[in-house]
Design a protein around this ligand. Structure first.
Ligand SMILES: [Zn+2]
Length: 302
């Protein structure tokens, strides 16, 4: 894990999941996200201490365990004021909600409640319902709503630098994912268009590297989303009688060269495929039907 300094007071810890850091004054500093687990947070705290960087606040962008799993260790060892967007805060308070929603509300099996899907609960001191300015003593920053990857994900803007969380991924990473995890394809694309218009001098994604010129990466992300959407439309339109939903997930993963290796991972891809389908449904291009007690996806045009 490497600590990169972006401006006088803005830094990020680069790792498989990036963690932002802002030094607001000699006394106040804030982490943006907390990494996957205690081990990650221990390294972060060591680096901050070595560099004499204060830590008084924590901002959690969205309730995915790889972004908040380290918060429990932090809250048990330091006094931090924690902020998170609404809805995401509900999951941070009751992290079992994630395996619960991925498994259609069924009380999840113990092995489905792994550290990638469920971290320890996070105490949130301030729930943010709307994007905008946040001011608490020396701690001043702007939040921006970036929904799509997660229901109510917020990014942070400070000194013209955007901490975009998982609104977009580094180029290599989005291609590696094949079908990126999203909960709403329409919001995902609207969020990417919103980021393109921001007057920012650089951006840090949740996974990937800081880039001063990040527009090409945003365009690449948009292209991937359009490709996945078009691929799904093709797979559906060639099946005149419709395609069983589970078969569509299998064919979509095959088309994107994805080999799903475990049950929780299957549920993540299934959610993402559904998120592209709901966009196509709103555009009246496809529909869900139930036939012979099977969930079918059908093309809506002749
Ligand atoms: Zn995420």
């Amino acid at each position: 894990m490497e600590l990169h300094q972006l401006t006088n007071n803005v830094y990020y810890f680069q790792s498989s999941v990036n963690i932002g850091y802002i030094r607001f004054s000699e006394r106040e500093g804030m982490l943006i996200d907390a990494g996957l687990e205690s081990q990650t947070m221990k390294k972060v705290l060591r680096k901050l201490d070595e560099n004499d960087l204060p830590l008084t606040h924590l901002f959690i962008t969205h309730a995915h365990a790889d972004h908040y799993g380290g918060a429990d260790h932090l809250q048990k060892n330091r006094k931090v004021f924690t902020m998170a967007p609404s809805f995401e805060s509900a999951i941070l308070a009751e992290p079992m909600l994630e395996p619960l929603y991925l498994f259609h509300g069924t009380n999840p099996m113990a092995e489905w409640r792994n550290k990638f899907l469920e971290g320890k609960p996070v105490q949130v001191d301030m729930v943010l319902t709307e994007e905008g300015e946040v001011e608490l003593g020396d701690t001043k920053f702007t939040t921006i709503a970036l929904p799509g990857h997660s229901y109510h994900q917020f990014g942070v803007i400070i000194n013209d630098i955007l901490f975009a969380s998982d609104a977009y991924f580094g180029k290599d990473i989005i291609h590696k994912h094949g079908i990126p995890y999203i909960v709403d394809a329409q919001l995902t694309i609207e969020t990417l268009e919103k980021i393109k218009k921001l007057p920012c001098s650089g951006a840090v994604p949740g996974h990937g590297s800081y880039e001063a010129d990040f527009i090409a990466t945003i365009e690449e992300n948009i292209m991937v989303h359009h490709q996945v959407e078009a691929m799904l439309r093709d797979l559906i339109s060639i099946e005149k009688a419709g395609i069983p939903f589970e078969q569509l997930v299998a064919k979509a993963c095959l088309a994107r060269k994805i080999t799903i290796r475990n049950v929780p991972s299957y549920m993540l891809f299934r959610t993402a495929v559904t998120a592209y389908l709901t966009k196509l449904m709103k555009e009246q291009k496809v529909s869900f039907q139930v036939k012979d007690n099977q969930l079918m996806v059908e093309s809506s045009f002749e």
